[in-house]
Design a binder for this molecule. Structure first.
Ligand code: PLP
Length: 281
């Protein structure tokens, strides 16, 4: 198949699958999601994404309608039906189907929605990102991967209209993350990144890069940094499951980074190696 859309056991082409009007995801964005990619049918970092899905579900009191083994089997079976070497795998679970009312029935069963689409090659040594800064006006539960992404959508659009790739959020002086990725800096050989509290999503790529730093004697400092520190950093790095790890070259039209290319190359080499290793089984 050229793609797959799946909803609660039924599947077909994304363009053809229909979902009910009373799915709470539609009128409240009342749900959670995950996204990763596969290469040669092997889904990258699935365990990490499932751990985060379970954490999001527990924080929002959402009943997942499957066991861990069942969701792995569903994702792997659907993934094998789509004809492409590299695929983007997105899945969300909404609280369930019910008439629109803020209060929910605790017994309600979650709705599982999956899309799998062909995706471009994830590894890219040449890419450098142009960023803009945007005040972070999101709510204070950014650690939960919810469907409620309006500020992220607006910031992303603003970046696109400025001819840029991503929007970096800051609360006052403090850089939190970006509209759909985490942001880190390298200064004097130290990898500095916002701690995993309620102001950022605990990114899976962030976690992998921290492991890689530690294995390669690069000091990691999980302390928030300021916009000024970011502008003056040796490198500004953006991580996500779809981009892996990419350096920034410009923020708000001012040139940034480019002063520790060897560290960037090492992190990219090691992350790409991890992806190769885990998708070549
Ligand atoms: N922060 C936000 C707000 C995101 O939406 C994402 C990814 O979608 C990330 C960070 C990066 O997370 P991950 O590395 O798990 O893709």
């Amino acid at each position: 198949m050229k793609n797959i859309g799946y909803y609660n056991g039924e599947y077909g082409l994304i363009e053809e699958v229909k979902i009910p009007m009373l799915d709470r995801g539609i009128y409240f964005g009342d749900g959670i999601y995950e996204a990763t990619f596969s290469i040669g049918n092997k889904i990258f970092a699935l365990d990490d994404h499932l751990d985060r899905l379970y954490s999001s579900a527990s924080l929002l009191d959402i009943n997942l309608p499957f066991t861990r083994t069942e969701i792995i089997n569903i994702l792997e079976e659907l993934n094998s039906k789509v004809d492409s070497k590299v695929k983007f795998i997105y899945w969300q679970v909404t609280r369930g189907t019910a008439p629109r009312k803020h209060i929910y029935n605790k017994e309600i069963k979650g709705n599982l929605y999956i899309t799998i689409t062909p995706f471009a090659e994830v590894k890219d040594y040449e890419k450098k990102l142009k960023l803009i800064t945007v005040e972070d006006t999101r709510f204070l539960h950014c650690n939960i991967k919810t469907l409620n992404l309006i500020p992220n959508v607006m910031a992303s659009q603003k970046a696109d209209e400025a001819g840029c790739d991503e929007a970096v959020f800051h609360r006052g002086d403090i850089v939190t993350e970006a509209s759909h990725s985490n942001v880190h800096i390298i200064k004097d050989g130290v990898f500095k990144t916002h701690p995993t509290d309620n102001y950022i999503l605990p990114g899976i790529s962030r976690k992998h890069i921290i492991e890689i730093c530690k294995n390669n004697n690069i000091k990691v400092d999980e302390t928030a940094f300021t916009v000024k520190e970011m502008m003056e950093a040796d490198e500004v790095l953006v991580t996500s499951s779809s981009k892996l790890i990419v350096p920034a070259c410009e923020i708000d039209e001012i040139k940034v980074g480019g002063k520790a290319p060897n560290i960037v190359k090492l992190l990219q080499d090691e992350y790409y190696k991890k992806v190769d290793l885990e998708t070549s089984l």
